[in-house]
Design a binder for this molecule. Structure first.
Ligand code: ATP
Length: 230
């Protein structure tokens, strides 16, 4: 499934937080979006997901322009996001949270059993209330919830934020299992080294604009783009 973002701009009221962003991703690839606080990373993901209205440009999946579609309609096409802060329902059990993820109505490889195989720590906690779990367990549950919706494009917003290094390594280890089934991943990350280590291509944002993008970039180049000293 091809995925193209073309000339995308978005903002909040008078503020244009994202200007003229373009990229395309091949099936099964990982694109890392890198940038400092406030660079526009979450805004980009929200605009792709349809939670924010695009001011210019388009989001095209498998040749179809979805820019005017609602967030729900895009979710049914498999454009799914794990938001920053996870947003699980804390008083529901893990299993109930996962069941909500199936609301996309999409059939595919991922279901309760297969996500439990991918994340054993989720499998062990199915009847636990989500709010009672550790941050890492909650993050794994949030990713599993998106997966049971069988995404074509899975967007992950700062999954490592505030988590212990060991669990971050574990979460990143699972990305290969996700992409090898053809799912495209867009990863927002402040940890440049970690993002670059898994990404097929990198897109750097600086104050809402592309400062650098491409494949096989070196970390020094990316760091310069990140700080705007490139
Ligand atoms: P962070 O790493 O801090 O999440 P980010 O790169 O994801 O940063 P965004 O959250 O996309 O950045 O923010 C981009 C710009 O838009 C910032 O100037 C921010 O203050 C502004 N912004 C973000 N959300 C809103 C909102 N709901 N209302 C108004 N302005 C917002």
């Amino acid at each position: 499934m091809s995925f193209v973002v073309n000339d995308l701009s978005a903002g909040y009221g008078q503020l244009t937080a994202l200007r003229n962003i373009s990229f395309s991703i091949e099936p099964g690839e990982i694109l890392a979006v890198i940038g400092a606080n406030g660079a526009g990373k979450s805004t980009l993901l929200k605009t792709i997901a349809g939670q924010l209205t695009a001011l210019t440009g388009s989001v095209v999946i498998d040749g179809e322009d979805v820019t005017k579609e609602s967030a729900n309609a895009r979710a049914r096409r498999g454009i799914l996001m794990v938001p920053e802060g996870r947003r699980l329902f804390p008083s529901l059990t893990v299993k109930e949270n996962l069941q909500l993820g199936t609301a996309t109505g999409r059939e595919g490889e991922w279901n309760l059993d297969t996500v439990c195989e991918l994340f054993p720590l989720v499998a062990e906690r199915l009847n636990r209330r989500a709010g009672q779990m550790s941050g890492g367990e909650q993050q794994a549950t949030a990713i599993a919830r998106a997966l049971v919706g069988n995404p074509e494009v899975l967007m992950l917003d700062e999954i490592s934020l505030g988590l212990a290094p060991a669990i971050v390594v574990e979460l990143y280890d699972r990305l290969g299992e996700i992409t090898k089934r053809g799912t495209t991943v867009i990863l927002v990350e402040q940890d440049v080294k970690r993002a670059v280590s898994v990404a097929d291509q990198v897109h750097c944002l600086l104050e809402g604009q592309t400062s650098l993008s491409g494949r096989n970039l070196d970390v020094a180049e990316i760091a310069a783009a990140y700080f705007g000293t490139g």
